[in-house]
Design a protein around this ligand. Structure first.
Ligand SMILES: O=c1ccn([C@@H]2O[C@H](COP(=O)(O)OP(=O)(O)O[C@H]3O[C@H](CO)[C@@H](O)[C@H](O)[C@H]3O)[C@@H](O)[C@H]2O)c(=O)[nH]1
Length: 519
């Protein structure tokens, strides 16, 4: 089991019971969702729980890296369907997954429940169909939400955005701020999906079933999204746990679905400190041939060394590098290193890495924050335009490419971060956040405490009352919390906000107060 950097300790003050029950976990079958689910699985395993991962055959996890888990797959036709789906409509494939997986998942879960007692089911927020199955089979479901709290809040405004016609506004209005959520511009909302109604339907289903769950785990930390946490706690009346960044406990490398090219580390070893632009757009995004060519020109024109992950299939209609501008590789020579996939966390942690040009998937964003690497942002779809606004306008740890992919703008944005004085302020802000991450994961820190509360208040409780029906479990939990509050047991009471008024903190978007409902 691979850990990354200075992994925080996972030893509680209380002894771990020798035999704990099984937890069944079910990720959404995409890299950005599998990574945090397996990181959480490793954390729970370290606490003595037995882990079974249910998964689709499509994007099946690499089991050899997890000999301590049990894996159970069910058949699906997703690999046949995925390439026929609209590229910029994430709702399309999640809708398909949520309808086609119901029966095989139920059969698989029922079989496992017949074998031995199980503490709870933990499934990805996007796999909303699992709540009904969990209710039917009378097992508590916890949700893992793999995006930011800010995304959770902003997605709540999508129905209003549709009613007010923001998705249909002409280009002239793209720069206008959305009145209900001024951080976002109209063009950000439009970028979320090419099929707004499909996206709204997906988000509504996902949020309703999260509200019906027994609790929600977010891969974030309280100090990063204080005011968003407050809103989420008000909107989702179930226990909320902010345990992240999960990647600080266990690296994403063990769950990589694509082989990571490790030669990049020796290439980075030959580069000067903080001199390299690292470029990667994650596992899902696709770009056009002309966008790819603008990227290439923009990178070359900076004159700076770059490490570029070009995932096969990222350029629509190309196998790999065929669409590069003529003689590009000869022109950039040793200054450029292009690979298909790499050990991203290690790259970000490498002293030679100076900035990360990213699509702002939530894992990539957290990984960049954890290593203190400033970002150049090119969000493409779903939560990415929302995350990018937080990165650039709230936390002020990056620069946004406002107008897509255009070589001059690309070159200028990279130079703002890497060379200009502006970059110093951005680096200072991200170092401040990096320190907050480390604090939140140490004994007494917010994420560390939240994990303890999840373990003792919830997972243990589920174990005790496994045979009792769901309704009774929920009553029991409320009673326990009532008792703990009455008794002044601070481990079980609500968190007070951490003082972040050190003068150096990046601005927060909302006015923050306390966090009723967060653990
Ligand atoms: O060469 C590479 C490039 C990436 N990664 C890893 O792949 C993951 C990528 O995750 P993420 O940055 O979240 O991007 P996506 O793969 O695009 O993730 C999907 O899932 C995320 C979590 O819900 C969302 O935030 C994104 O918008 C959605 O596209 C990260 O852990 C990276 O470390 C590698 O290991 N090697």
């Amino acid at each position: 089991m691979e850990t990354h950097g200075r992994a925080p300790t996972l030893r509680w003050t209380e002894p771990i019971p020798a035999t704990r029950r099984r937890i069944i976990m079910f990720p959404m079958p995409f890299q950005g969702h599998i990574n945090p689910m397996l990181q959480l699985a490793n954390i729970l395993h370290t606490q003595g729980f037995k882990i079974t991962i249910i998964h689709t055959e499509y994007n099946s996890p690499n089991q050899s890296n997890y000999p301590h888990f049990t894996f159970k797959s069910f058949p699906d036709r997703f690999s046949e369907v995925i390439n026929q789906l609209p590229v910029k409509d994430p709702s399309f494939y999640v809708k398909y997954l949520n309808s086609s997986s119901v029966d095989p998942f139920r059969n698989c879960l029922a079989g496992l429940l017949a074998e031995e007692p199980v503490t709870c089911l933990i499934t990805d927020g996007g796999m909303y169909f699992t709540q009904a199955v969990a209710d039917e089979l009378k097992i508590p479901r916890l949700v893992l939400r793999t995006s930011s709290l800010g995304c959770g809040v902003a997605y709540g405004f999508l129905p209003v955005s549709s009613e007010k016609g923001y998705f249909d506004l002409p280009k002239d209005d793209y720069e206008t701020s959305v009145p209900e959520y001024p951080l976002l511009k109209v063009k950000d909302i439009i970028k979320i999906s090419t099929n707004p109604q499909g996206m709204i339907e997906f988000v509504t289903n996902m949020h309703n079933q999260m509200k019906a769950s027994s609790g929600i785990i977010w891969n974030t930390f309280k100090e990063l999204e204080e005011s968003e946490l407050q809103i989420i706690c008000e909107d989702f009346p179930v226990p909320i746990f902010t345990l992240g960044p999960l990647l600080k406990y266990f690296s994403a490398s063990s769950s990589s679905l694509i082989e990571q090219d490790r030669t990049v580390i020796s290439w980075l070893d030959t580069q000067a400190p903080k001199s390299v632009i690292y470029v990667s757009f994650g596992s899902v995004v696709r770009i056009t041939e002309s966008e790819f060519q603008e990227m290439a020109h923009g990178l070359a024109n900076t004159g700076l060394p770059f490490l570029w992950v070009v995932r096969p299939g990222v350029v629509s209609g190309s196998e790999w590098l065929e669409s590069l501008p003529e003689k590009f590789l000869e022109i950039v020579g040793d200054k450029g290193c292009i690979v298909k996939w790499c050990p991203q966390q290690e790259v970000l942690a490498h002293p030679a890495t100076g900035c990360f040009w990213t699509h702002n998937g939530w894992n990539s964003t957290l990984e960049s924050i954890c290593e203190g690497v400033p970002m150049v942002c090119s969000p493409c779809l779903a939560d990415q335009p929302i995350i990018a606004r937080y990165v650039c306008d709230v936390w002020k740890i990056g620069v946004l490419l406002e107008n897509g992919f255009e070589r001059v703008e690309i070159e200028m944005a990279i130079k703002r971060v890497m060379i200009d004085e502006e970059g110093d302020g951005i680096r200072k802000n991200i170092h401040c956040l990096k320190e907050k991450v480390d604090l939140s994961l140490t004994e007494g820190g917010s994420s560390h405490e939240s994990l303890k509360n999840l373990d003792y208040d919830h997972l243990n409780l589920y174990s005790i009352v496994y045979i009792v029906k769901i309704g009774l479990i929920k009553t029991y939990k409320s009673f326990f919390h009532f008792v703990s509050l009455e008794n002044g047991d601070h481990r079980k009471t609500y968190h007070s906000p951490v003082d972040s008024s050190d003068g150096n903190s990046p601005e927060n978007h909302f006015v923050s107060d306390a966090f009723p409902g967060s653990y």
